[in-house]
Design a protein around this ligand. Structure first.
Ligand SMILES: [Zn+2]
Length: 268
């Protein structure tokens, strides 16, 4: 299976979540794409490697110059891996399994990061609207015995909304929710946090003003990807080797060579 158009959109959104400056986000996405396209990976693993490379860069490269507007945005105040997790979950609907591979975090840590990031972003967003945030509470008293255990750092309600609950547990929860108002309330409170964080992320990463720009960047990346992959399977055996050497030195040059070679292929 090849990468789809929406994969490139997700990667564009992830890089925009990592770099508030759109041009910088695009450059980072294009440079890491050039390197990853030369690796011998399945398309799905390429996506993960690409996201991983973006995260590594976001952690090591400082944002410069610092954009005052983005500093006021709660999304851009999160740590890079938290931003990647939120963007991938909300905008790309990636699974926990995939995010474990990308971030190298064990499952429980991943859930904690996602939850604290969501609560942080939702709290700021609601505060700006003059509202307070209610954290889902564990069931106490009479219902406690039959209620699912609630870890406040990674509540089951989050796994439920992320569709990461195993089928058997999901059936149990669905049945339990029909008869337990306490857990229904906890789920409702989690849903509020989830959708408030979702709104904040949409505004920060793919607000209406940036939509056209994002689509254009995603299309450019998709084109570059297919050129690079085609070149990798080129009937001129020297080209992939040459590109691999170049990739270590200058990724922009690789993209230029790839574009030129693709144009050559198209003409002859
Ligand atoms: Zn309950």
């Amino acid at each position: 299976m090849e990468l789809e158009q929406e994969d490139f959109q997700t990667l564009t959104q992830i890089s925009t979540a990592l770099w508030a400056d759109a041009t910088r986000a695009h450059t980072q996405a294009a440079e890491t794409l050039a390197a990853v396209s030369l690796m011998d990976l399945t398309p799905s693993r390429s996506m993960e490697r690409w996201a991983r490379a973006l995260l590594d860069r976001a952690r090591t490269l400082r944002e410069s110059p610092i954009d005052a507007a983005s500093l006021n945005d709660p999304v851009y105040r999160l740590l890079p891996h938290e931003r990647l997790i939120l963007a991938a979950l909300h905008l790309g609907h990636w699974s926990y399994g995939r995010l474990e591979r990308v971030t190298n975090l064990p499952r429980e840590e991943l859930e904690r990061s996602a939850w604290s990031a969501r609560v942080h972003v939702a709290r700021q967003r609601l505060a700006s609207e003059g509202r307070g945030l209610q954290v889902p509470a564990a069931a106490l008293g009479a219902s406690r015995g039959s209620c699912p255990a609630m870890d406040p750092t990674r509540p089951w309600t989050q796994r439920f909304l992320d569709e990461e609950t195993e089928t058997r547990d999901r059936l149990f929860l669905q049945n339990h929710l029909m008869s337990c108002p306490i857990c229904v309330r906890a789920l409702q409170q989690t849903r509020d946090i989830y959708f408030t964080a979702d709104r904040a992320l949409q505004t920060a990463v793919s607000g209406p003003l940036r939509q056209a720009e994002l689509s254009e960047f995603a299309e450019e990346l998709e084109l570059a990807w297919h050129r690079m992959r085609k070149l990798r399977e080129s009937r001129f055996p020297i080209l992939p080797g040459l590109l691999r050497v170049l990739a270590k030195r200058d990724v922009i040059l690789v993209l230029a060579v790839a574009a030129a070679a693709a144009a050559y292929h198209a003409l002859f």
